[in-house]
Write a protein that binds this ligand. Structure first.
Ligand SMILES: Cc1ncc(COP(=O)(O)O)c(C=O)c1O
Length: 372
């Protein structure tokens, strides 16, 4: 943690560190093709936009835990997707999942004042670590193995004894790896540590069926989901968390007091999005096609093999020096990607490429690089 005489100083936001690469990419006619931040580019379902505009839910305060309608739609989706029947009392809403991830340690620390540690994968979405730091907790990165999965055996017993929670993220951002959620749940139960499973990319699982930690029972675990990626609704902010009654109940009771409320129209839109699976099938096809095409383009350009991930919409490849390849791709292809160091030092030899641009923009990169 960085402090000054004025107190805590937040680090630069990772993507703000791409300014120099951005300048190189923007110099190309047609501008930069931004494959850095994982922000969806495709249109949401028209019925969802209609619900957003016609909910009549603007004037009153929305329930922080989520309307009965939203929680029931979440339950129906879990039943269709995973074949699990989850009662509404184990379900609550959040304002997208970034705020949930970023604030969770504060609430868990109030719940267990004798603990102070957040465990998270050493190569991961940076907000797991930031949430710990912002709560004044210890952020302890758990080593990942050669397949980018949590090495649970490497967790120090002293860290486990102090842990407020363990984060697991499958499919992983950035690596696309599918983790062993059963093993994570079992580890948490054995050590008395709540396990939070960030499953916001589960619809984009390429190897096998989408999975949830809830398949291994709800005791001591909470699955965290978002409509941002599934339904191209990152701007609407609808997420939810589901699992162990005592944990969900504690969090929703606390979160009420700080006004963590998904806006009413967004909750109504969420119901429509959750009840529709067809648009997700279309979106899966788009991402799969873009992943395959972008992998081919970058392999031809670099001579390094970019391969399909097991899940998610990122290509994650070891290239030697992540910053060097990021700069070269910006200069030669006008494409902006993320150096792996953004996700932890264990990732510094890799790059992450988010396939969140329309096909014609990806083809523009291919032309600039002179590959077919
Ligand atoms: C692993 C992971 N978790 C959570 C989020 C947050 O998504 P949102 O706040 O839009 O639900 C993201 C966004 O990129 C992510 O990659």
């Amino acid at each position: 943690m960085t402090t000054s005489s004025r107190g805590y100083v937040p680090p630069p936001y990772p993507y703000d560190r791409l300014e120099s690469a951005k300048a190189k990419a923007s110099a190309h006619g047609g501008g930069a093709v931004d494959l850095s931040i994982g922000t969806p580019c495709d249109a949401p379902l028209p019925a969802v936009l209609h619900a957003l505009a016609s909910s009549d839910a603007e004037r009153g305060y929305p329930p922080s835990i989520g309307t009965e309608a939203l929680r029931s739609a979440i339950g129906r989706w879990i039943d269709r997707r995973f074949g699990l029947e989850i009662p509404n009392r184990l379900i609550a809403a959040c304002i997208g999942t970034k705020e949930f991830v970023g604030t969770l340690p504060q609430w868990l620390k109030l719940r267990s004042p004798d603990r102070d540690t957040v465990l998270y994968p050493a190569v991961a979405y940076p907000t797991y670590e930031m949430g710990a730091i912002l709560a004044g907790c210890r952020a302890v990165a758990v080593r990942v193995d050669a397949n980018w999965r949590l090495d649970l055996a490497s967790i120090d017993a002293a860290d486990a004894a102090r842990a407020l929670c363990l984060w697991v993220n499958s499919p992983s951002n950035p690596t696309g790896a599918l983790d062993d959620l059963g093993a994570a749940a079992a580890w948490g139960r054995e050590h008395g540590v709540p396990v939070f499973s960030d499953e916001c990319y589960c619809e984009f699982t390429w190897k096998g069926q989408p999975r949830t930690i809830l398949e291994h029972g709800a005791e001591g675990v909470v699955a965290v989901h978002s409509l941002s990626k599934r339904s191209n609704l990152a701007g609407v902010r609808v997420g939810f968390y589901v699992g162990d009654f005592e944990l969900v109940d504690y969090l929703r009771e606390i979160r009420k007091h700080v006004g963590m409320m998904v806006p009413g129209p967004a909750q109504a839109a969420g119901v429509v999005a959750l009840d529709d699976d067809e648009h997700v099938v279309v979106q899966r096809d788009r991402y799969r096609r873009r992943l395959e095409r972008t992998a081919k383009i970058l392999t031809s350009w670099s001579g390094i093999e970019f391969t399909m991930p097991d899940g998610g919409f990122y290509l994650w490849t070891e290239v030697g020096d992540g910053w060097d390849v990021t700069d070269r791709l910006a200069a030669e292809g006008g494409a902006l990607i993320s150096p792996g160091e953004f996700y932890g030092t264990q990732g510094s030899r890799s790059v992450r490429v988010a396939v969140v641009q329309p096909d014609d923009r990806i083809e523009l990169v291919a032309r600039r690089l002179g590959v077919s």
